[in-house]
Design a binder for this molecule. Structure first.
Ligand SMILES: Cc1cc2nc3c(=O)[nH]c(=O)nc-3n(C[C@H](O)[C@H](O)[C@H](O)COP(=O)(O)OP(=O)(O)OC[C@H]3O[C@@H](n4cnc5c(N)ncnc54)[C@H](O)[C@@H]3O)c2cc1C
Length: 496
């Protein structure tokens, strides 16, 4: 066991998971967070009797949370309860068709057969392939540093190579889905999984088809109390095992000497540490905390993932046709992604996602007879657009779309309204350009281009969270914490 000190910059999900893992390795761990609350993007707020999760709404791979509690030997049930949901999502199409994506594969295949005439074996084959690829290939990305030579010897690389279809790397997700399904509605449905890491299905490699495995083979889950319960659970676990948190503390500098970290500076005061883990966006870490313009420029070269525009609407009515997760698809998905990643122009028929946690806990997140709508569209990362003008544009486009498909005017039912723009995402969590998932996966080499979890030039410096390997989203951020802890264990502990 080590009595060395480790400092974590940022109490995002990746930062807190790393803090827990390092504390359990025997470090004295202190987390410095610029906000006065933990969770980063995974936070929430209350407004006139309505509660809204601010960012993530889909919970998959809960075993990654269970694992942290098991490691700490703490009963998870006292911190977090969650349930598998039967309906992953309602998909509404422009022509009025609604597909219910059940998490039970047979029920899902039967629904697709009935609504789109898609042969059931196509669904089963697709999900089987996604599972196979996930279990043999993705696991290498998720559990190892791709940039460490040992990975080549430790990971089951040869088995993975055997499972690697050329199509995964050299076909786009859209082309792969077109070959897998006869119905364009299914192609669109499975193309959507590229947005789970902020990418463009018309460019991103078919490897992203394995994302469907998480929701449709492993299942989608709902944490009681909403997504904020995940943040609260990790925060309380970290406190229980003795991690220290300092809120309202924006780290100004990472201190180094002779190619090793020595600590950080906050409020002009130095704090020593042998290990520093940055959960801050890696671009801002280099630019602002390390004053390393050349490394920052290298990170900047990679394309950002998409961002989001979110309307939080408290509705004074309930809508029986909606569930926890609802998607209203654009009639022209290709044009929507062209607008997000190529032209950057506002798009007037966006795909609209509505999340309503009150559906699963009526009366808990909105007053009785009312609903808390989290309404999100994908938009380009912030490039200086006038988001005040765009807010009016998007609001109008969303209402027009929902009114048409739902067959009623929803506007009069809005009791309260708030927005989150790419600029506020950037300022709240210091995410470069407000991108949700760091860099995009719009090329077949993107997975290998993500910044590694350790510094190759500064000993003791590590990186965790959505802007580095293996990528954004709660499961991947939790995986990055595991990789960081393993790198530290291998470097400092294996000889102990
Ligand atoms: C609108 C939205 C919807 C999303 N939907 C989903 C979803 O449904 N499912 C899913 O899995 N993922 C989703 N994501 C992505 C997911 O939220 C993120 O990938 C994940 O939460 C990022 O965690 P992180 O560890 O990278 O830290 P972040 O959440 O980015 O937090 C970083 C922390 O570092 C702090 N910090 C930054 N600079 C400093 C400094 N100098 N000093 C001290 N502290 C600092 C910040 O204040 C912040 O608290 C969504 C994200 C958003 C914004």
């Amino acid at each position: 066991m080590s009595s060395k000190k480790a400092i974590i910059i940022g109490a995002g999900i990746g930062g807190m998971a790393t803090a827990i893992r390092l504390k359990l390795l025997g470090y004295h761990v202190q987390v410095f967070e610029k906000n006065d609350y933990p969770g980063g993007k995974l936070s929430h707020f209350e407004f006139n009797g309505f509660r809204f999760d601010a960012g993530p709404s889909l919970f998959t791979s809960p075993h990654l949370i269970d694992e942290l509690f098991a490691l700490a030997n703490e009963p998870i049930g006292e911190y977090l309860t969650y349930e598998k949901i039967a309906l992953a999502c309602n998909y509404f199409y422009d022509d009025g068709v609604c597909i219910k994506a059940y998490t039970n594969k047979d029920a899902f295949a039967a629904e697709l057969k009935q609504k789109t005439n898609e042969p059931s074996q196509n669904i089963h084959r697709y999900l089987f392939d996604a599972k196979d690829a996930y279990n043999h290939i993705a696991i290498i990305f998720l559990q190892h540093s791709l940039h460490a030579i040992q990975t080549l010897f430790k990971a089951p690389i040869f088995k993975a190579i055997g499972k690697l279809k050329l199509a995964y790397l050299f076909k786009s997700l859209n082309d792969y889905n077109k070959a897998a399904f006869t119905s364009p509605k299914l192609v669109q449905l499975f193309n959507r999984f590229a947005t789970y890491n902020g990418s463009n299905p018309y460019k991103a490699p078919a490897m992203l088809s394995l994302i469907a495995h998480l929701e449709h083979n492993e299942g989608a889950y709902y944490p009681k109390g909403g997504m904020i319960s995940i943040t609260n659970a990790l925060y309380n676990l970290a406190l229980k095992i003795g991690v220290q948190f300092s809120f309202g503390k924006s780290v100004q500098k990472i201190q180094t000497k002779s190619n090793s970290v020595t600590g950080i500076m906050v409020d002009q005061k130095n704090y020593d540490a042998a290990i520093v883990v940055s959960n801050m966006d890696v671009y801002f870490t280099y630019k602002n905390l390390l004053n390393d313009a050349s490394k920052a420029a290298k990170v900047k070269k990679q394309e950002r993932s998409s961002s989001a525009f979110i309307f939080y609407w408290g509705m004074n009515k309930t809508f029986p046709s909606l569930d926890l997760h609802n998607i209203f698809f654009s009639a022209d998905y290709k044009a929507e992604f062209d607008a997000i990643f190529n032209t950057g122009l506002p798009f007037d028929d966006p795909t609209v996602y509505i999340n309503i946690t009150n559906k699963l806990e009526p009366g808990k997140h909105a007053p009785i007879g009312k609903e808390n709508w989290f309404v999100m569209i994908n938009v380009p990362a912030n490039n200086g657009q006038d988001w005040t003008i765009l807010e009016q544009f998007y609001r109008k486009a969303i209402i027009k779309k929902l009114n048409k498909i739902m067959g009623e005017n929803i506007e009069p039912y809005m009791e309260v309204a708030e927005v989150l723009t790419p600029v506020s995402i950037e300022s709240k969590t210091a995410s470069y350009m407000g991108s949700l998932y760091g860099t995009s996966s719009n090329s077949n080499m993107a997975a290998f281009m993500r910044h590694p979890n350790d510094s190759k030039t500064t000993s003791g410096l590590y990186f965790v969270g959505g802007s580095v390997h293996p990528g954004g989203g709660i499961p991947l951020c939790l995986s990055s914490a595991n990789i960081v802890a393993n790198l530290i264990k291998e470097k400092y502990h294996e000889k102990e």
